[in-house]
Design a protein around this ligand. Structure first.
Ligand SMILES: [Zn+2]
Length: 230
């Protein structure tokens, strides 16, 4: 989730534009000087519990705790000043705009489906491994029967059948061997893209939904977790 902050050109309010939502003007009209540009800097929640700040144009000037920066890590409360007139960014404006609640109830179905599909793939892989073992047993048994049998025609037929069958089963196992890891990787990727904080979009990790639900808030964007289904 990217939050772009600057000056609203029409009324001089502070502009806060949260990705995917209409931009908002906060604070008094005319309170932001024209030396602050329309898209001055952006904030992206990061995994350190703060934000990645990016100065959006080389012509802009963004100072964090007195130091001019292009990109840096900031946390709520850091002193951010903008433009030649050193307009002081007020963090409480951000709190007004960025939603402080995240409804995590849709993640329950995503977690359950992920677990079920993973389990199915593991069962499938287990069956394939069994087929591979059967191939080994058949070729061994066929060879043994062929050697100890009395009728030579039968021995030949048995031996050829055993070889053909074990080759076929081995081929099936071989072809499918690479399939499961690929499907697993695809499933994991999809899970990582969907099992995310509804507020900031950061992946919530491989923690079961009932564990996630115990957490009071998102560790990345601090949005309070709520389950509107329960
Ligand atoms: Zn979040």
């Amino acid at each position: 989730m990217e939050i772009v902050i600057g000056r609203k050109a029409d009324n001089g309010q502070l502009k806060i534009a949260v990705e995917g939502r209409p931009e908002r003007g906060v604070g008094a009209m005319g309170s932001v000087p024209p030396t602050v540009s329309r898209s001055h800097f952006s904030l992206q929640p990061d995994d350190k519990g703060g934000y990645k700040l990016t100065n959006l144009n080389p012509a802009n000037e963004t100072l964090v705790n007195g130091v001019s920066v292009e990109t840096t890590h900031v946390k709520s409360g850091d002193r951010i000043e903008l433009g030649a007139s050193r307009y002081l960014f007020d963090w409480k404006h951000l709190d007004q705009v960025v939603p402080k609640q995240a409804d995590i109830s849709p993640l329950e179905a995503i977690w359950d489906s992920y677990q079920q599909r993973r389990m199915k793939m593991q069962i499938r892989q287990g069956r394939l491994n069994a087929v591979g073992r059967v191939a080994g047993v058949i070729s061994m048994a066929g060879t043994v029967f062929a050697v100890v049998g009395e009728n030579s025609d039968w021995r030949l037929i048995l031996l050829i059948s055993a070889i053909v069958l074990s080759v076929l089963l081995s081929a099936v196992t071989f072809i499918n061997a690479s399939k499961t890891p690929k499907l697993m990787a695809e499933l994991d990727k999809e899970f990582q893209l969907t099992y995310t904080c509804p507020s900031c979009g950061v992946f919530m990790g491989n923690q079961p939904y009932h564990v996630l639900k115990q957490r009071p808030s998102c560790p990345y964007c601090k949005a309070k977790f709520v389950d509107l289904n329960s």
